[in-house]
Design a protein around this ligand. Structure first.
Ligand code: GLU
Length: 298
């Protein structure tokens, strides 16, 4: 018998939801409801500098106004930090993590000194400065209270994999992964005891998510997520990365560019049904003259 479809919407409470978020949420909700499955809501709020509880409340309110319901209580990531710590400890136990004391400025200087600064999906690749520090030196600096991040030793991680990784992308078949392009990625930041990449893969596994529906700007991150799943023995969900919703200017909708929020559309007098249609690209909204996503097909 086919497994129950479990999808999720996983916003970060760094601002109000806009039509792009509603697009992802609706696709996930519809996929779960049409399959008689479960739709989960997860609040990805591990970054204390960018996330605000007031935005979490607003997200719940906006989704309910839009007519979306979710199964069970929303998972609030900041309440589960020990679980992410335990996952990090497993990677540490495999010898795959090392502490990195470098500041951004030091990393940029080091990259300049070696004459090139290759970039990956998360920005500049780490030149490896802290990878070879002797254990005693590391311990002294940690004991002195110096802040450090935890980085994945990518070469060592890849060496543990018996076969190259791939994943199922709906409509595109199996796509192969190249996690090496992330280099020695940060899995626990100096200011946050875990990273987005670690938490998202941990939670998708824990919550039994079978289909991840999210925007295509996260497609490159999936290569790293598959690596973490393989290292930690977590199952791989299927993925559907939908095209980004574009504004009338052809640019992606984003909080930073002041895309109209669901709250603003609601205040302007639009009904939930109309905003749902805008979000699915069925009708053009004030900022979606050029919706690129015919993808919903629903
Ligand atoms: N929290 C992420 C964001 O708001 C989305 C994570 C995901 O869907 O995998 O961009």
């Amino acid at each position: 018998m086919a497994a129950t479809t479990v999808t999720r919407f996983a916003p970060s409470p760094t601002g109000r939801l806009h039509l792009g978020h509603a697009h992802s949420a609706l696709l996930g909700w519809q996929a779960a409801r049409q399959a008689g499955g479960r739709f989960l809501l997860r609040i990805e709020d591990i970054d204390p500098l960018r996330c605000r509880p007031a935005f979490t409340d607003a997200i719940l309110e906006d989704l309910a106004w839009l007519g979306l319901d979710w199964d069970g209580e929303p998972r609030i990531q900041s309440r589960h930090l020990p679980e992410y710590r335990a996952a990090l400890e497993r990677l540490e136990g495999m010898g795959l993590l090392y502490p990195c004391f470098c500041t951004r400025a030091e990393i940029a200087r080091e990259a300049a000194a070696i004459g090139h600064a290759p970039h990956g999906p998360d920005g500049m690749l780490y030149p490896g400065t802290c990878r070879h520090r002797p254990p005693a030196g590391r311990a002294t600096r940690i004991a002195a209270g110096e802040p450090y991040a935890l980085r994945l030793d990518m070469t060592a991680a890849l060496a543990r994999l018996p076969v190259p990784l791939d994943f199922e992308e709906e409509g595109r078949g199996r796509l192969s992964c190249d996690p090496a392009r992330f280099g020695d990625v940060v899995l626990a930041r100096k200011d946050t005891p875990a990273s987005y990449h670690l938490c998202v893969t941990h939670d998708d596994a824990l919550q039994g998510v079978t289909l991840v529906i999210r925007a295509e700007d996260l497609l490159p991150a999936t290569d790293l997520h598959r690596l973490l799943q393989a290292l930690l023995g977590w199952p791989a969900p299927r993925y559907r990365h939908h095209p980004l919703l574009l504004g009338a200017d052809g640019k992606r909708l984003s909080k930073r560019d002041k895309a109209p929020t669901l709250a603003a559309l609601r205040e302007a007098g639009h009904s939930p049904a109309v905003v749902r249609a805008m979000a699915l690209g069925a009708i053009a909204g004030p900022a979606t003259g050029a919706v690129r996503s015919a993808a919903s097909g629903l």
